[in-house]
Design a protein around this ligand. Structure first.
Ligand code: UD1
Length: 313
Protein backbone atom coordinates (compact mmCIF):
# COMPACT_ATOMS: atom_id res chain seq x y z
CA UNK A 1 0.00 0.00 0.00
CA UNK A 2 1.49 3.30 -1.14
CA UNK A 3 0.51 6.92 -0.68
CA UNK A 4 -0.13 8.81 -3.93
CA UNK A 5 -0.72 12.47 -4.79
CA UNK A 6 -2.54 13.11 -8.06
CA UNK A 7 -2.85 16.72 -9.14
CA UNK A 8 -5.71 17.20 -11.58
CA UNK A 9 -7.06 13.98 -10.12
CA UNK A 10 -10.71 14.76 -10.90
CA UNK A 11 -9.98 15.24 -14.60
CA UNK A 12 -10.18 12.68 -17.35
CA UNK A 13 -6.86 10.86 -16.98
CA UNK A 14 -6.35 11.80 -13.32
CA UNK A 15 -9.67 10.38 -12.15
CA UNK A 16 -9.13 7.13 -14.07
CA UNK A 17 -5.77 6.80 -12.34
CA UNK A 18 -7.17 7.77 -8.92
CA UNK A 19 -10.03 5.26 -9.18
CA UNK A 20 -7.59 2.54 -10.17
CA UNK A 21 -5.09 3.29 -7.39
CA UNK A 22 -7.55 3.90 -4.55
CA UNK A 23 -8.61 0.25 -4.67
CA UNK A 24 -5.40 -0.72 -2.89
CA UNK A 25 -3.61 2.47 -1.90
CA UNK A 26 -4.22 5.83 -0.27
CA UNK A 27 -4.66 8.66 -2.72
CA UNK A 28 -4.79 12.42 -2.25
CA UNK A 29 -6.39 14.26 -5.15
CA UNK A 30 -6.12 18.00 -5.65
CA UNK A 31 -8.28 19.54 -8.37
CA UNK A 32 -9.89 22.96 -8.81
CA UNK A 33 -12.76 21.41 -10.79
CA UNK A 34 -12.26 23.87 -13.65
CA UNK A 35 -12.41 20.95 -16.08
CA UNK A 36 -12.60 17.93 -13.80
CA UNK A 37 -15.69 16.74 -11.97
CA UNK A 38 -15.93 15.34 -8.48
CA UNK A 39 -18.41 12.78 -9.81
CA UNK A 40 -15.57 11.26 -11.91
CA UNK A 41 -14.15 9.95 -8.63
CA UNK A 42 -15.53 6.77 -7.14
CA UNK A 43 -16.27 6.96 -3.44
CA UNK A 44 -13.51 5.31 -1.41
CA UNK A 45 -12.23 5.58 2.15
CA UNK A 46 -8.75 5.56 0.65
CA UNK A 47 -9.34 8.73 -1.32
CA UNK A 48 -8.98 12.26 0.05
CA UNK A 49 -10.27 14.95 -2.32
CA UNK A 50 -8.99 18.52 -1.93
CA UNK A 51 -10.77 21.24 -3.88
CA UNK A 52 -8.05 23.74 -4.77
CA UNK A 53 -5.56 24.93 -7.33
CA UNK A 54 -2.00 23.73 -7.88
CA UNK A 55 -1.10 27.41 -8.22
CA UNK A 56 -2.10 28.07 -4.58
CA UNK A 57 1.29 28.17 -2.88
CA UNK A 58 -0.01 28.00 0.69
CA UNK A 59 -2.23 25.06 -0.05
CA UNK A 60 0.45 23.17 -1.99
CA UNK A 61 3.03 23.84 0.75
CA UNK A 62 0.61 22.46 3.33
CA UNK A 63 -0.14 19.34 1.27
CA UNK A 64 3.49 18.58 0.42
CA UNK A 65 4.95 19.40 3.84
CA UNK A 66 2.31 17.55 5.89
CA UNK A 67 2.18 14.29 3.91
CA UNK A 68 4.67 11.62 3.01
CA UNK A 69 4.06 10.55 -0.58
CA UNK A 70 5.55 7.59 -2.36
CA UNK A 71 4.44 8.77 -5.78
CA UNK A 72 3.22 12.03 -7.28
CA UNK A 73 1.47 12.29 -10.66
CA UNK A 74 1.24 15.86 -11.87
CA UNK A 75 -1.70 15.82 -14.27
CA UNK A 76 -3.19 19.24 -13.48
CA UNK A 77 -3.11 21.52 -16.53
CA UNK A 78 -5.19 23.66 -18.80
CA UNK A 79 -5.23 21.10 -21.56
CA UNK A 80 -6.70 23.37 -24.21
CA UNK A 81 -4.20 24.62 -26.75
CA UNK A 82 -6.74 27.20 -27.96
CA UNK A 83 -7.08 28.53 -24.41
CA UNK A 84 -3.31 28.91 -24.13
CA UNK A 85 -3.29 31.00 -27.31
CA UNK A 86 -6.08 33.21 -25.89
CA UNK A 87 -4.66 33.54 -22.37
CA UNK A 88 -0.92 32.78 -22.43
CA UNK A 89 -0.16 34.40 -19.07
CA UNK A 90 -2.90 32.63 -17.10
CA UNK A 91 -2.27 29.23 -18.66
CA UNK A 92 1.47 29.65 -18.09
CA UNK A 93 0.84 29.90 -14.34
CA UNK A 94 -0.90 26.56 -14.35
CA UNK A 95 0.98 24.70 -17.05
CA UNK A 96 4.46 25.87 -16.10
CA UNK A 97 4.78 27.80 -12.82
CA UNK A 98 2.85 25.26 -10.76
CA UNK A 99 5.32 22.59 -11.90
CA UNK A 100 8.39 24.52 -10.81
CA UNK A 101 6.74 25.30 -7.49
CA UNK A 102 5.87 21.64 -6.99
CA UNK A 103 9.44 20.59 -7.80
CA UNK A 104 10.83 22.98 -5.19
CA UNK A 105 8.39 21.73 -2.56
CA UNK A 106 9.25 18.15 -3.39
CA UNK A 107 12.98 18.89 -3.21
CA UNK A 108 12.46 20.39 0.23
CA UNK A 109 9.91 18.09 1.85
CA UNK A 110 9.70 14.76 0.03
CA UNK A 111 13.13 13.21 0.55
CA UNK A 112 11.77 9.67 0.21
CA UNK A 113 9.64 10.18 -2.89
CA UNK A 114 9.94 7.19 -5.19
CA UNK A 115 8.81 9.08 -8.29
CA UNK A 116 7.23 12.23 -9.61
CA UNK A 117 5.70 11.71 -13.06
CA UNK A 118 4.92 14.78 -15.14
CA UNK A 119 2.40 14.71 -17.97
CA UNK A 120 3.77 16.36 -21.08
CA UNK A 121 2.28 16.25 -24.55
CA UNK A 122 2.92 15.22 -28.14
CA UNK A 123 2.30 18.92 -28.80
CA UNK A 124 6.01 19.49 -28.07
CA UNK A 125 6.84 17.98 -31.50
CA UNK A 126 4.78 20.64 -33.28
CA UNK A 127 4.44 20.42 -37.05
CA UNK A 128 7.88 19.05 -37.86
CA UNK A 129 6.85 16.41 -40.43
CA UNK A 130 9.23 13.50 -39.69
CA UNK A 131 7.30 10.46 -38.46
CA UNK A 132 6.96 8.50 -36.27
CA UNK A 133 7.90 10.74 -33.36
CA UNK A 134 10.69 9.43 -31.19
CA UNK A 135 11.55 11.08 -27.88
CA UNK A 136 14.73 12.42 -29.43
CA UNK A 137 12.95 13.76 -32.57
CA UNK A 138 13.09 17.47 -33.32
CA UNK A 139 11.05 19.52 -30.85
CA UNK A 140 9.11 22.42 -32.32
CA UNK A 141 6.58 23.71 -29.78
CA UNK A 142 4.31 26.18 -31.59
CA UNK A 143 1.87 27.36 -28.93
CA UNK A 144 2.09 28.64 -25.33
CA UNK A 145 0.67 25.26 -24.26
CA UNK A 146 3.39 23.30 -26.04
CA UNK A 147 6.15 25.65 -24.91
CA UNK A 148 5.02 25.37 -21.28
CA UNK A 149 4.77 21.59 -21.48
CA UNK A 150 8.24 21.30 -22.97
CA UNK A 151 9.83 23.75 -20.52
CA UNK A 152 8.14 22.10 -17.54
CA UNK A 153 9.14 18.64 -18.74
CA UNK A 154 12.77 19.75 -19.04
CA UNK A 155 12.71 21.20 -15.51
CA UNK A 156 11.19 18.01 -14.17
CA UNK A 157 13.93 15.87 -15.71
CA UNK A 158 16.63 18.36 -14.72
CA UNK A 159 15.56 18.07 -11.07
CA UNK A 160 16.63 14.45 -11.34
CA UNK A 161 19.96 15.31 -12.85
CA UNK A 162 20.69 18.31 -10.61
CA UNK A 163 19.20 17.36 -7.25
CA UNK A 164 18.54 13.65 -7.43
CA UNK A 165 14.75 14.06 -7.20
CA UNK A 166 13.24 10.90 -8.70
CA UNK A 167 11.42 12.19 -11.77
CA UNK A 168 10.11 11.02 -15.15
CA UNK A 169 7.83 12.48 -17.81
CA UNK A 170 5.34 11.16 -20.33
CA UNK A 171 4.28 12.70 -23.64
CA UNK A 172 0.67 11.82 -24.27
CA UNK A 173 -0.59 11.37 -27.81
CA UNK A 174 -4.40 11.44 -28.35
CA UNK A 175 -5.86 9.88 -25.23
CA UNK A 176 -9.53 8.87 -25.19
CA UNK A 177 -11.93 7.05 -22.92
CA UNK A 178 -14.69 7.40 -20.32
CA UNK A 179 -14.86 10.65 -18.30
CA UNK A 180 -13.40 12.75 -21.11
CA UNK A 181 -15.33 15.96 -21.27
CA UNK A 182 -16.90 16.49 -24.75
CA UNK A 183 -18.15 20.01 -24.06
CA UNK A 184 -15.61 22.17 -25.85
CA UNK A 185 -14.94 22.08 -29.61
CA UNK A 186 -11.32 21.50 -28.55
CA UNK A 187 -12.20 18.40 -26.53
CA UNK A 188 -10.68 15.19 -27.82
CA UNK A 189 -12.38 14.28 -31.09
CA UNK A 190 -13.40 10.80 -29.85
CA UNK A 191 -15.27 12.27 -26.87
CA UNK A 192 -17.15 14.54 -29.30
CA UNK A 193 -17.93 11.60 -31.59
CA UNK A 194 -19.18 9.43 -28.71
CA UNK A 195 -21.39 12.29 -27.55
CA UNK A 196 -22.95 12.53 -31.05
CA UNK A 197 -23.55 8.77 -31.20
CA UNK A 198 -25.23 8.93 -27.80
CA UNK A 199 -27.53 11.68 -29.06
CA UNK A 200 -28.32 9.66 -32.16
CA UNK A 201 -29.15 6.63 -30.06
CA UNK A 202 -31.51 8.77 -27.95
CA UNK A 203 -33.35 9.76 -31.11
CA UNK A 204 -31.97 13.32 -31.14
CA UNK A 205 -31.05 15.03 -34.38
CA UNK A 206 -27.32 15.51 -34.51
CA UNK A 207 -24.28 15.60 -36.75
CA UNK A 208 -20.53 15.62 -36.46
CA UNK A 209 -18.54 18.51 -37.88
CA UNK A 210 -15.39 17.24 -39.55
CA UNK A 211 -12.74 19.90 -40.03
CA UNK A 212 -10.82 19.04 -43.20
CA UNK A 213 -11.21 16.05 -45.52
CA UNK A 214 -10.97 13.35 -42.85
CA UNK A 215 -7.60 12.04 -44.03
CA UNK A 216 -5.79 13.64 -41.09
CA UNK A 217 -4.64 10.93 -38.74
CA UNK A 218 -3.80 10.59 -35.08
CA UNK A 219 -2.38 8.05 -32.66
CA UNK A 220 -5.43 7.35 -30.47
CA UNK A 221 -4.59 5.63 -27.19
CA UNK A 222 -7.14 4.27 -24.72
CA UNK A 223 -6.98 5.65 -21.19
CA UNK A 224 -6.56 2.20 -19.58
CA UNK A 225 -3.38 1.70 -21.61
CA UNK A 226 -2.28 5.16 -20.50
CA UNK A 227 -2.71 4.11 -16.85
CA UNK A 228 -0.56 1.05 -17.50
CA UNK A 229 2.10 3.33 -19.04
CA UNK A 230 1.98 5.79 -16.11
CA UNK A 231 2.41 3.03 -13.55
CA UNK A 232 5.29 1.47 -15.46
CA UNK A 233 7.09 4.76 -15.87
CA UNK A 234 6.60 5.47 -12.14
CA UNK A 235 7.91 2.10 -11.01
CA UNK A 236 10.85 1.33 -13.28
CA UNK A 237 14.36 2.38 -12.36
CA UNK A 238 15.18 2.61 -16.08
CA UNK A 239 12.62 5.42 -16.47
CA UNK A 240 14.40 7.78 -14.06
CA UNK A 241 15.22 11.17 -15.56
CA UNK A 242 13.64 10.26 -18.92
CA UNK A 243 10.57 11.09 -20.96
CA UNK A 244 8.35 8.55 -22.72
CA UNK A 245 5.93 8.75 -25.62
CA UNK A 246 2.56 7.31 -24.65
CA UNK A 247 0.63 6.22 -27.73
CA UNK A 248 -0.01 3.05 -29.70
CA UNK A 249 2.54 3.45 -32.46
CA UNK A 250 -0.31 3.35 -35.04
CA UNK A 251 -2.15 6.14 -36.79
CA UNK A 252 -5.82 6.14 -37.75
CA UNK A 253 -7.47 8.72 -40.01
CA UNK A 254 -10.67 10.43 -38.89
CA UNK A 255 -12.55 8.78 -41.77
CA UNK A 256 -11.33 5.35 -40.64
CA UNK A 257 -12.21 6.20 -37.05
CA UNK A 258 -15.80 7.12 -37.98
CA UNK A 259 -16.06 3.90 -40.02
CA UNK A 260 -14.91 1.87 -37.04
CA UNK A 261 -17.54 3.42 -34.74
CA UNK A 262 -20.31 3.20 -37.37
CA UNK A 263 -19.64 -0.54 -37.61
CA UNK A 264 -19.62 -1.03 -33.83
CA UNK A 265 -22.91 0.81 -33.24
CA UNK A 266 -24.56 -0.12 -36.58
CA UNK A 267 -25.52 3.43 -37.54
CA UNK A 268 -24.20 6.00 -39.98
CA UNK A 269 -23.33 9.20 -38.19
CA UNK A 270 -24.21 12.24 -40.34
CA UNK A 271 -21.02 14.17 -41.09
CA UNK A 272 -20.81 17.81 -42.11
CA UNK A 273 -17.51 18.85 -43.68
CA UNK A 274 -15.95 22.20 -42.80
CA UNK A 275 -12.65 23.88 -43.59
CA UNK A 276 -9.57 22.46 -41.94
CA UNK A 277 -8.67 24.05 -38.60
CA UNK A 278 -5.87 26.57 -38.64
CA UNK A 279 -2.64 24.96 -37.45
CA UNK A 280 -4.07 21.46 -37.69
CA UNK A 281 -1.45 18.77 -37.99
CA UNK A 282 -1.93 16.35 -40.89
CA UNK A 283 -0.51 13.27 -39.27
CA UNK A 284 0.71 12.36 -35.83
CA UNK A 285 2.04 9.00 -34.72
CA UNK A 286 4.33 7.88 -31.95
CA UNK A 287 7.25 5.53 -31.79
CA UNK A 288 6.81 3.73 -28.48
CA UNK A 289 9.98 1.63 -28.45
CA UNK A 290 11.20 3.39 -25.33
CA UNK A 291 7.95 2.70 -23.47
CA UNK A 292 7.98 -0.89 -24.67
CA UNK A 293 11.49 -1.32 -23.28
CA UNK A 294 9.90 -0.90 -19.82
CA UNK A 295 7.58 -3.84 -20.54
CA UNK A 296 4.59 -1.93 -21.93
CA UNK A 297 2.13 -3.84 -24.09
CA UNK A 298 -1.06 -2.26 -25.33
CA UNK A 299 -4.19 -4.14 -24.21
CA UNK A 300 -6.67 -2.16 -26.32
CA UNK A 301 -6.88 -1.77 -30.07
CA UNK A 302 -9.01 1.18 -31.21
CA UNK A 303 -11.93 -1.26 -31.73
CA UNK A 304 -11.61 -2.56 -28.18
CA UNK A 305 -11.06 0.84 -26.62
CA UNK A 306 -14.04 2.41 -28.39
CA UNK A 307 -16.20 -0.56 -27.46
CA UNK A 308 -15.25 -0.17 -23.79
CA UNK A 309 -15.90 3.56 -23.99
CA UNK A 310 -19.34 3.07 -25.54
CA UNK A 311 -20.31 0.40 -22.98
CA UNK A 312 -19.40 2.73 -20.11
CA UNK A 313 -21.63 5.56 -21.43
C1 UD1 B 1 -4.22 17.08 -29.71
C2 UD1 B 1 -4.41 17.65 -28.34
C3 UD1 B 1 -3.74 18.96 -28.25
C4 UD1 B 1 -2.30 18.86 -28.70
C5 UD1 B 1 -2.18 18.20 -30.05
C6 UD1 B 1 -0.73 17.93 -30.33
C7 UD1 B 1 -6.53 16.77 -27.51
C8 UD1 B 1 -7.94 17.09 -27.20
N1 UD1 B 1 -5.81 17.79 -28.06
O1 UD1 B 1 -4.88 17.89 -30.65
O2 UD1 B 1 -3.80 19.39 -26.92
O3 UD1 B 1 -1.74 20.12 -28.84
O4 UD1 B 1 -2.85 16.96 -30.02
O5 UD1 B 1 -0.54 17.27 -31.53
O6 UD1 B 1 -6.03 15.70 -27.27
N2 UD1 B 1 -11.81 17.43 -35.24
C9 UD1 B 1 -12.94 17.47 -36.04
N3 UD1 B 1 -14.14 17.76 -35.45
C10 UD1 B 1 -14.25 18.04 -34.10
C11 UD1 B 1 -13.09 18.00 -33.31
C12 UD1 B 1 -11.88 17.70 -33.91
O7 UD1 B 1 -12.88 17.23 -37.23
O8 UD1 B 1 -15.37 18.30 -33.64
C13 UD1 B 1 -10.52 17.10 -35.87
C14 UD1 B 1 -9.45 18.13 -35.63
O9 UD1 B 1 -9.51 19.17 -36.54
C15 UD1 B 1 -8.18 17.27 -35.78
C16 UD1 B 1 -8.62 15.90 -35.27
O10 UD1 B 1 -10.05 15.90 -35.30
O11 UD1 B 1 -7.81 17.17 -37.12
C17 UD1 B 1 -8.18 15.59 -33.87
O12 UD1 B 1 -8.57 16.68 -33.05
P1 UD1 B 1 -8.33 16.70 -31.49
O13 UD1 B 1 -8.96 15.53 -30.86
O14 UD1 B 1 -8.73 18.05 -31.01
O15 UD1 B 1 -6.78 16.46 -31.30
P2 UD1 B 1 -5.49 17.19 -31.92
O16 UD1 B 1 -5.82 18.21 -32.93
O17 UD1 B 1 -4.58 16.09 -32.35
Amino acid sequence: MYNYLITGGAGFIGSTLANHLSKENTVVVIDDLSMGKKSNLKKSDNLNFINGSVTDKNLMTKIISENKFDYIFHLAAIASVADSVERPVETHQINFESVLMLLELVRKYQKNLKRLVFSSSAAVYGDEPTLPKKEESVIRPLTPYAIDKFAAEQYVLDYNHLYGVNTSAVRFFNVYGPNQNPESPYSGVISILVDRYKKLKNGEKTEFTLFGDGTQSRDFVFVEDVIQALLLVASKEAALGKQFNVGTGNALSLKELIDVINKIVHVDLPVKYEAEREGDIKKSVSDISRLKSLGYQSNFSVHEGIREYLISE
